[in-house]
Design a protein around this ligand. Structure first.
Ligand code: NAD
Length: 480
């Protein structure tokens, strides 16, 4: 069985304590590889390597750093089929999605920040005839990046790219549930000529390696994407250490469908927003509010479209709906479907585990599920399920739609479907979320601020926001 390795100082190495954990393929339920269960000992080795590499990496010209990162992006493109297949096997997502979204974006993330750093500038402030201030933006030093399982290489690169571009050295931890593409990526970094120690990748669980990473005194900033409770834990354990923290956390995103929307286009996109990646995207719209005059018509068209999604082996080109990432996660999703019915909800379609034939007979497949008849304050509508489950509810006015949308602890993303320009602007302003899409969903411009409010996080990623996070500003004031 394949044993993955850590990536420290440009080398693939075994964990010092020699401990490994199993890694299963969600579509088959079979363990197919093992990953290092890294510990503080491995971290120490990575910190030494990163500290040693950092001054030379920071001293490289921006053009040279950009050139090396562009070679890494090129190497991802060169291995895109292999990476997409590995992502589909490791995560359960359809190969077609892995290729067109995950791996495409992994390369785009690195290419984007390679270019962005060459355009990054800092401010100067003149004080009349008295003095001039200018701001230096230096790299922080050694930083930590921790990413989740739902978009494994996509989110891993979304964090490390700005950190590296800004001149930091990175110690990164992918999710232990989907480690494979980060492992393949370490080989790609060597192939592309990334200098030793600039990026170090440690595999393992939150308690074994995540905790030591977030609390290590020499790691000055942590960029984390994952669940809200893990984010709260990281805030607690780092309190008093004065680290920079960027926390991208959970969501329970509203989709607002108004009667004047472009009907067919809206149905199509609201289905995608609810069920892409089996509903396991932090941005998925899982609470769908529909203006009453079109509620019945929309419900019928929406349910019909959801029923048509093809569930199957993630490696089959025609598959639209793959496996959930793990057995515990599938059990959690199924328990929420049960809860929704106990809370008075009616399942309009889906609701059950799917048993496929052949290779995938033991896989973690759940039907795309639509539920109606619930109140906004029930647990099904308040808690993040993070699976192929959405609820639909009618509303009667713009104000009611806004209140329903804002009625959870979360505030990550939202989408609004209307042809009324005034309404679109007003609703966008009133929604408590870091991201509002009007007549679209997951349309991304990497220059824009990305992140959430309320329990969905602290700080913003994307474009200049990320480069500012990964640099330390210093003001210099010179008297004339
Ligand atoms: P998770 O919080 O369980 O794990 C995320 C990462 O943190 C993993 O690498 C994990 O090993 C690590 N970790 C766990 N405990 C840790 C600890 N004590 N210290 C340090 N690291 C620790 O989340 P998950 O289940 O992997 O991902 C799903 C969650 O991520 C969902 O809530 C989803 O909404 C959220 N998410 C948010 C965004 C966003 O941009 N806001 C994007 C994707 C996913």
């Amino acid at each position: 069985m394949q044993k993955l390795k850590n990536y420290i100082n440009g080398e693939l190495v075994e964990p010092q304590l020699g401990q490994y954990i199993d890694n299963a393929e969600p579509a088959t339920g079979q363990v197919y590889s093992q990953i290092p269960d890294s510990t503080a000992e491995d971290l120490e080795q990575a910190v030494v390597a990163a500290e040693k590499a950092q001054p030379a990496w920071a001293a490289l010209s921006l053009e040279k750093r950009a050139e090396i990162l562009t070679k890494v992006a090129d190497a991802i493109d060169g291995h895109s089929n292999e990476l997409a297949k590995a992502e589909a096997i490791d995560n359960g997502k359809p190969f077609s999605l892995a290729k067109s979204v995950d791996i495409y974006r992994a390369s785009a993330n690195i290419r984007f920040f390679a270019q962005a750093i060459t355009q990054f500038s800092s401010e100067s402030h003149a004080m009349g005839n008295e003095a001039i201030n200018y701001t230096l933006r230096d790299p922080i030093g050694v930083v930590g990046c921790i990413s989740p399982w739902n978009l494994p290489l996509y989110l891993f690169t979304w964090k490390i790219a700005p950190a590296l571009a800004a001149g930091n050295c990175v110690i990164a931890k992918p999710s232990e549930i989907t480690p494979m593409t980060a492992y393949l990526f370490s080989k790609i970094c060597n192939e592309a000529g990334l200098p030793r120690g600039v990026l170090n990748i440690l595999h393992g669980t939150g308690p074994s390696i995540g905790n030591p990473l977030t609390t290590h005194p020499k790691i000055k900033a942590i960029s984390f994407t994952g669940g809200t409770s893990t984010g709260a834990h990281i805030s607690r354990v780092t309190a008093g250490m004065f680290k920079k923290l960027s926390l991208e956390l959970g969501g329970k995103n509203p989709t607002l469908v108004f009667a004047d929307c472009d009907f067919e286009e809206t149905v199509e996109n609201v289905v995608r927003a609810a069920f892409a990646n089996q509903g396991q995207i932090c941005l998925c719209g899982s609470r769908i509010y529909i203006e009453r005059p079109i509620y019945d018509k929309f419900k019928a068209a929406f349910v019909e479209k959801v029923k048509s999604l093809k569930i199957g082996d993630p490696l089959e080109p025609s598959t639209q709906h793959g496996a959930l990432v793990s057995k515990p996660h599938m059990d959690k999703v199924l328990s929420y479907i049960e809860l929704a019915q106990e809370e008075g909800g009616t399942v309009l379609t889906g609701g059950k585990q799917v048993t496929l034939k052949g290779r995938c007979r033991n896989g973690f497949f759940v039907e795309p599920t639509v539920i109606e008849g619930l109140t906004n304050d029930c647990r099904t509508n308040q808690e993040e399920i993070f699976g192929p489950v959405c609820t639909i509810m009618p509303f009667d006015s713009d104000d009611e739609a806004i209140d329903l949308a804002n009625g959870t602890q979360y505030g990550l993303a939202s989408s609004v479907w209307t042809n009324d320009l005034k309404r679109a602007h007003r609703v966008a302003k009133e929604i408590e979320a870091g991201i509002v899409w009007i007549n679209c969903w997951l349309l991304r411009d990497l220059r824009t601020p990305f992140g959430g409010v309320k329990s969905s996080g602290v700080g913003r990623e994307g474009g200049l926001e990320a480069l500012r996070f990964f640099t330390e500003p210093k003001n210099v004031c010179i008297k004339y």
